[in-house]
Each structure stands twice: as C-alpha cells, then as structure tokens.
Write a protein that binds this ligand. Structure first.
Ligand SMILES: NC(=O)c1ccc[n+]([C@@H]2O[C@H](COP(=O)([O-])OP(=O)(O)OC[C@H]3O[C@@H](n4cnc5c(N)ncnc54)[C@H](O)[C@@H]3O)[C@@H](O)[C@H]2O)c1
Ligand SMILES: [Zn+2]
Length: 662
C-alpha cells in the first residue's frame, strides 16, 4: 500500500518537475508540490530501503535542454532544504548549535527566480550557466549579457565564480503577461517561470526585452579571497560591482531570525520582486565547510517557505453546489481577487458545521487561502470589519436543484439530495460517459466534472464537446493551467474517433455493460443498425434477454435519447464499430493494454496505434503495472527500463510484425 503510494508520488513529482523545470509551465501550485515532497520524504524516512537514486527527493531540480551548450559546474549547484514553521526552524537551529553553540546566521530574501552561476576569467565574464541538474547546467551567456546589472568585467584577475538569482521584477512580469494576453499567447504562471523561460531563449533579443535582473548571493571560493564569513563575501562582491540584496541581515540567534521572517512576511507584498521565503545561512565559512552537505542540499543553510498565500476579499453570497453522490456543498461567491497568480471568485466553505463554527456571514470580509487544491478555501471572517448588515448563514433544507428535502447522514457533516432524478444523476451520467471504459477522456475525472457542472460549463454530455467555448474561464480557475487545458481539449477531440462500443457503453443504458456493448457493436456494426434492430433479432443473440431488450426499447423510444445521439453525430462522433472482427479472434492483443516506444522503422506511430486499435488493444502512452505489452522501436529509453522492471512482455517492432503476420 505505502510502496504503491510512494511510486505514485514519485511519478507525480517527476511529472511536475518536468513541467516546472523543462517546460517552465507548472500545472500545480508550489504548495501542492511541497506537500507531496514532504509526504515522499516521510515515507522514505520510514523505509530507507525504498530510497532509489532517481527519487525526486535525491535530485536537484531540472534537466538540461537540447539546443544549449552544456556546462559542467566546477562545484555542484545545490538546492535548499525547506521548512515551513517556527518549530522546524528551531529544530534546524538545534542541530547546528549541537556543533556550534555560538552560531550566527545570515538571513536573506529567497528571491523567486532561477539560480545562475557567473564565471569570470582575467576579469572578463567568460560564461553564465543555469543550475540544470546541479552537476551540468545550460550555457546562457548570451542572455546573461543582456542583464544590465551584471558586470561584464570586474576588477579581479584570477578565476572567479559568483552565484545568484536571475529574476523578473513584478512590473516586467505584468507587462509581459499583458502583451502575451493581447497576442493570444499562453501566460506565464509566475515570475519565476517567466524568468526561466526568458533566459532559455536561443535568441538573446527576446531575453533583452524581458526586463530581467539579478541578485548575487554566494561566492564558492570566498575563503580563498580572504573572507571569513558569508557576510564578508557579500560585501566583497558588492565592492566588485555586483548587485546584492539590501534586505540581508546578520542575526545573533534564532529569535532574531524569526523576527526577520515576521518582518519580511509583512513587507513581502510591497517588494518590487517576488520572494517565496527566507534563506537562513550559517555565517562563518569554516563552519559551513565542516557542517557539509547531503547529496542535494547544504546542511548549513535552510529555506523557510511562506505559507500558502492569503488575501482578503468580500463575501458577496453563498451558493450551493451538488456533487455526484448528491452531496450539497456551500460555496462562497467572492469579490474577484488576485491570489498567488490567479483570480479567485469562488471558494469552498466545505459544509454547514464549518460555516457555523467559523461564523462566516454573507457581507463579511474573509481571508481566502489558495493552497494546492483546485478550489481555494475561506479560512476565516474578519469580524472586526462588520457593519451590522451581514447576514447570518442558514443551511438550506431542500435541494436547490429539485426541491427535495435534504438528508443528513449519520456521523456526516454533509447534506445529501437523494432524489433519483436530481442533478447529481446527471453529473453521474457525464462522469460515466467520460470514464476509462467508456469514452476514456483523460483529464475529465470526477472532481473536474463536478466542478464544471456547477460552474455551468458542462451540463450535459453534449456540452463536453463545446468546452473550448469556456477555455479562458477554465484556465482562470485556480490550478487549471494552459497545458492541462490543451491536453483536455485534445483528449476530448480524440474521443470522437472511438469505436462504437465505447460510446454505447458510455450512454449508460441499463443492462449494457462494457462487455455487452462490445457484443452488440460487433453484431450490428453501427449505432443506426442497433437502434433499428428488431426484438427478434436481438433476442436471437446469446446473452441477450428480455430485460435488456426492454431497457433498449425504453432508450430508443425516449426523444431526449435520440436527440442526444443526433447531436453527437452532428458533432462528429464516430458511430460505427471499428474493430476488425476477423483480426480480433486470433489477436493476442485483443483486450490487452499496449504501449509503443522508441523510433519505429516499419510503420509510423500513428499506423501502429490504429492497427493495434483494430486488433482490440487499448493503446496507452505510458508503462504501468496494467501494461501487457511494450512494443519497442530503436533507442527506447525509460519506458523500456520500466517495462523490464515490471516484468511487462517486450516485443521488438519486427517481432510485432511477425506476430500479426504483416
Ligand atoms: N509547482 C510545481 O510544479 C513545482 C515543480 C518543481 C518545483 N517546484 C518548486 O520549486 C521548489 C524546488 O526548487 P529548487 O530546487 O530550486 O529549490 P528551492 O527554490 O526551494 O530553493 C533553492 C533555490 O533557491 C534559490 N534562492 C533564492 N534566493 C536565494 C538565496 N538568497 N540564497 C540561496 N538560494 C536562493 C536558488 O535558486 C536555489 O537554487 C519546490 O519546493 C517547489 O516549491 C514547483
Ligand atoms: Zn435534488
């Protein structure tokens, strides 16, 4: 169970790392990422035997993109350990003071940009590089040179390396996103990703226009140039002409550190650049040296991360939404407010007990927290700002959709509408339609459908196919990035080509399960033929009984069902059986999950996929425990490794062709 969870988290984190470091386009918030990382670390702490070298907990950040020169760092560029509260800060301090009771710290703002290494030779900038995976980075010299505050020459004749953070000031970020919006281009999620995306342009004219800047905060060879402390090193580079951050403070003990953190939490909003925390470093360089490093982070420094961002806004109304199971949830309608990079207009209030115990009223000013979840939440109300016009919360007792009395189940805080014909059933039908064995629309899961339903984007099955109309609104929903939207629209488009049995099963006709849908489709070949089939013909089939015929008759006599099918046909959904029955009988791939990887030589990727579909295979994009076969072309990489690890049968392209007699 836990091992399974561990693998699941690793997979997610690797995916998020890729989106964040390679694509500069995260699909989840940093809080969500950090929460998963903590969970991973706590499982690994309990089971050290499960730690693998490729675990995200063991690796520093990103990957090196093709297209850039690679630079091997003279010394590893590491990440930082994270802490999230005062207790953890004190634990860090305890560990240090066990060795150095007199420790002094330097506190710095944690600039939300990307790390850069600048190397000078004979006083000239010789190159600038990204952190990459810590060992090898990308040469971004051409873009570094566009940053005006970075000196191209310094008054130091030997080899000299200095490290710091390239960032995009808030103003530049807003202008950039405004321009991109007007040009219809995808927006950057935050200044960090915008900065990273800018320095990784091959054309330096682009970076030059992006208004980037840099703070320098570290000299790997500080003691060699005569510095004893980190603070001296900072002063030294400032003298050489580098820009250092003015907020830096030396603290005599951990109380002063916490004091600094509190002060900066206040100041954060008013700074002209984004910070996501405070970095705390041991000041003495020889002590740093002796405290040393883990594989990923220094032991002499730590990053305190600010909690999920909170903002204040007015609660205009409370509305109720319904979920798949009929659960009724109160939601806050808010005066739109920007929080951590997106505009929030709605937030969940969870349930009646929560609203009552926090005494949240319509008209209140409330604190909204954007954590990792798709829907932000209301943390508390500001009672001191009330003027008496606020309305006390009253839970409804009938369903807002159908008027049936609501039922509170034993031991549960939630209320339910149990009416069979209520909206929850519609949600359920849409969920079923999109599910894996039916139309298999990836990215359109239960929670998303509930949310889209309640926001009015998807009220019926047909609506799925006009979702692009709400594209911008959906991207604005917290947590739903441009990339997820593109993927979703692609998955929806792809589902139009499904073979008939998937659609038939998706319609949710009573008695027609996945297997029966397959049998009927195989027999009748098209939706029209099935809908016009005589009772006698149906009954002549094996496994088809009276009940099923009655159920199908009910379906075909309902005008709304026929209209639905007509609409789907007009939208372009395939209504015929695409699997080739003669091929199916003998195919070893029938009903199996198959993945294709590597460079194919005999067929194109598209051809082989279509062919496999005709053989009855379910073709997937990744290898998992559910995979039955992996078909491998040349230069197969991680998928092949994974398949071997999981014991999945691997076939070469030639073996595949032989198997299917091509
Ligand atoms: N949302 C996502 O999908 C996603 C994915 C991957 C990572 N992340 C975020 O990135 C974090 C990991 O990134 P990371 O490895 O760069 O670590 P980090 O950002 O937590 O800390 C290390 C980095 O801090 C920067 N830094 C800024 N100011 C500094 C200063 N004064 N002194 C020293 N360093 C300073 C440096 O670039 C350094 O490499 C995660 O904790 C998460 O919040 C998010
Ligand atoms: Zn109802």
């Amino acid at each position: 169970m836990t091992l399974e969870r561990l693998n699941e988290i690793k997979k997610l984190l690797n995916e998020y790392n890729y989106q964040y470091y390679v694509l500069d386009n995260p699909t989840v918030s940093d809080q969500e990422y950090d929460r998963l990382m903590q969970e991973l670390q706590s499982i690994e702490a309990k089971h050290p035997e499960w730690i693998t070298a490729d675990s995200p907990s063991q690796r520093v950040g990103g990957e090196v993109l093709d297209g850039f020169q690679k630079v091997t760092h003279q010394r590893m560029m590491l990440s930082l350990g994270n802490i999230f509260n005062e207790d953890e800060l004190r634990e860090f301090d305890d560990r240090i003071r066990e060795v150095y009771p007199q420790v002094e710290y330097v506190c710095e703002l944690k600039i939300d940009g990307l790390a850069v290494s600048l190397v000078y030779a004979q006083g000239q900038l010789s190159y600038g590089a990204t952190r990459g995976d810590g060992t090898v980075g990308e040469d971004i010299t051409h873009n570094v040179k566009t940053i005006k505050s970075i000196p191209l020459s310094i008054d130091y004749q030997g080899d000299f390396e200095v490290r710091g953070e390239i960032y995009m000031p808030k103003k530049s970020f807003e202008q950039l996103n405004q321009q991109r919006k007007e040009a219809g281009e995808p927006l950057f999620a935050n200044p960090r990703n915008a900065a990273a995306g800018s320095v990784r342009q091959l054309d330096s004219r682009i970076a030059a226009k992006r208004g980037l800047d840099a703070f320098l905060y570290m000299v790997p060879t500080a003691s060699e140039v005569g510095c004893q402390t980190h603070k001296e090193a900072l002063d030294y580079i400032k003298q050489l002409g580098f820009k250092t951050n003015p907020m830096t403070r030396v603290c005599a003990n951990i109380q002063e550190v916490w004091q600094f953190i509190m002060e900066m939490t206040e100041k954060r909003q008013s700074l002209p650049y984004e910070i996501d925390g405070i970095v705390i470093k041991v000041n003495r360089l020889d002590w740093q040296e002796r405290l040393g490093y883990t594989a990923k982070v220094p032991k002499w420094a730590i990053a305190y991360k600010f909690p999920a961002e909170e903002v204040i806004t007015k609660l205009k109304d409370i509305v109720f939404t319904i979920g798949r199971t009929g659960q009724i949830t109160p939601n806050a309608v808010l005066e739109p407010v920007r929080v951590a990079g997106s505009t929030v207009q709605r937030a969940t209030l969870h349930n009646e007990d929560n609203v009552v115990s926090k005494d949240i009223r319509v008209g209140d000013y409330v604190v909204i927290r954007k954590a990792g979840d798709v829907i932000p939440e209301v943390v508390r109300s500001l009672k001191e700002r009330r003027d008496g016009s606020e309305k006390k919360f009253q839970m409804i007792d009938v369903c807002p959709y159908c008027g049936s009395p609501l039922v509170r189940k034993d031991n549960e805080a939630a209320y339910y509408c149990l009416n069979e014909h209520c909206d929850s059933k519609k949600i359920e039908r849409i969920i079923h339609f999109a599910s894996r064995d039916a139309m298999n629309i990836e990215g359109l899961g239960e929670k998303i459908i509930e949310q889209f339903y309640n926001l009015g984007f998807v009220r019926s099955i047909e609506d799925i196919y006009s979702l692009s109309r709400h594209e911008q609104e959906i991207i604005d929903i917290e947590g739903f990035g441009r990339k997820s939207m593109d993927n979703l629209l692609e998955a929806i488009e792809k589902s139009k080509g499904n073979s008939m049995e998937k659609l038939l099963f998706g319609l949710g006709i009573k008695g027609i399960g996945a297997k029966m849908a397959d049998n009927l489709s195989k027999e009748f070949k098209s939706m029209d033929a099935l809908l016009n089939a005589s009772t006698a013909k149906l009954l002549s089939m094996r496994d088809v009984g009276e009940t099923l015929v009655q159920s199908l008759n009910r379906f075909r006599s309902q005008p709304q069902s026929m209209t639905l099918l007509e609409h789907l046909k007009a939208i372009g959904l395939n209504m015929t059986y695409l699997k080739d029955t003669s091929l199916l009988q003998e195919s070893i791939f029938n009903g199996k999950t198959v993945c294709v990887t590597g460079t194919l030589e005999l067929m194109t990727r598209k051809e082989i996929k279509e062919y496999l579909a005709r053989l009855g295979a379910n073709v997937t994009g990744s290898v998992s425990k559910k995979t039955d076969y992996l078909i491998c072309g040349r230069d197969a990489g991680s998928k092949l490794e994974k398949a071997r690890e999981l014991g999945v049968t691997v076939l070469s392209e030639a073996q595949f062709q032989e198997e299917v007699n091509l």
